[in-house]
Design a binder for this molecule. Structure first.
Ligand code: ADE
Length: 224
């Protein structure tokens, strides 16, 4: 998979890909992540990428021309399955969307900033608009990092058995059951007996029941 991220703040997006699982996925060649600084496609001597909005009002808007140049350049070299715009008024991200996107070959992610992008960018280039939740971030960069993490960990070969995504919360629309590790007793607090029993069908049954219980208590909406 290849992910191209267009941003005015590439430095904000470096470190998420330089540690742990995402770093290893890149090193193993399972994913390529390319950051593109929108200013490299800027206009005039002032490296302009944004301007005041027509009709007045506070806040700058990212201009269409640098974004058009950047996306057109990328599209010269390969076909893209999706051009995603990170925005608080997009569809709220969920596990199903990440599963779906993890099957794509090439995607572009455009990070909004300030008041967002010229609507014509959204009309002409964008195939999906994604929000990571009902709150407003300073820009789309951290949201893009969240989206990339949720996709990349699903790519075959990225996680090993111990970290398998199959038992994650939200797979099968259930929250994950409680987990415990050593010691089996700490200051009088005991690990549920069944987990120490070695009876694996029983353990599996306990986990399913606990997952259902937790989902009913915390997220009954997932069971509908
Ligand atoms: N940009 C600003 N806030 C955002 C959000 N909640 N999700 C995605 N992109 C954003």
């Amino acid at each position: 998979m290849r992910i191209d991220i267009i941003t005015v703040l590439p430095e904000l997006l470096k470190s998420p890909f330089e540690a742990s699982i995402l770093k290893r996925a890149i090193e193993k060649g399972l994913v390529e992540v390319h950051l593109h600084n929108l200013r490299d496609f800027a206009l005039g001597n002032y490296n302009q990428v944004d301007d005041y909005q027509f009709g007045g009002g506070a806040g700058m808007v990212l201009m269409i021309e640098p974004i058009d140049k950047c996306i057109s350049e990328l599209m010269k070299h390969r076909d893209y399955d999706e051009v995603i715009y990170m925005t608080p008024d997009g569809t709220t991200l969920n596990q199903g969307m990440s599963n779906h996107l993890s099957l794509k070959k090439n995607i572009i992610i455009l990070c909004g900033h300030y008041k967002g992008v010229d609507q014509r960018v959204r009309d002409k280039f964008i195939t999906k608009e994604i929000s990571i939740g009902d709150y407003v971030l300073s820009g789309g960069e951290l949201a893009a990092a969240v989206l990339c993490d949720s996709i990349i960990r699903l790519l075959p070969g990225v996680l090993n058995d111990e970290t398998s995504a199959l038992t994650d919360t939200f797979q099968d629309n259930l929250l994950a059951p409680p987990v415990y590790t050593r010691p089996s007793e700490y200051k009088g607090m005991k690990v549920p007996e069944v987990l120490l029993s070695g009876n694996f069908p029983k353990i599996e049954q306990w986990r399913e029941e606990e997952a259902l219980k937790r989902t009913e208590e915390r997220r009954p909406d997932l069971l509908k």
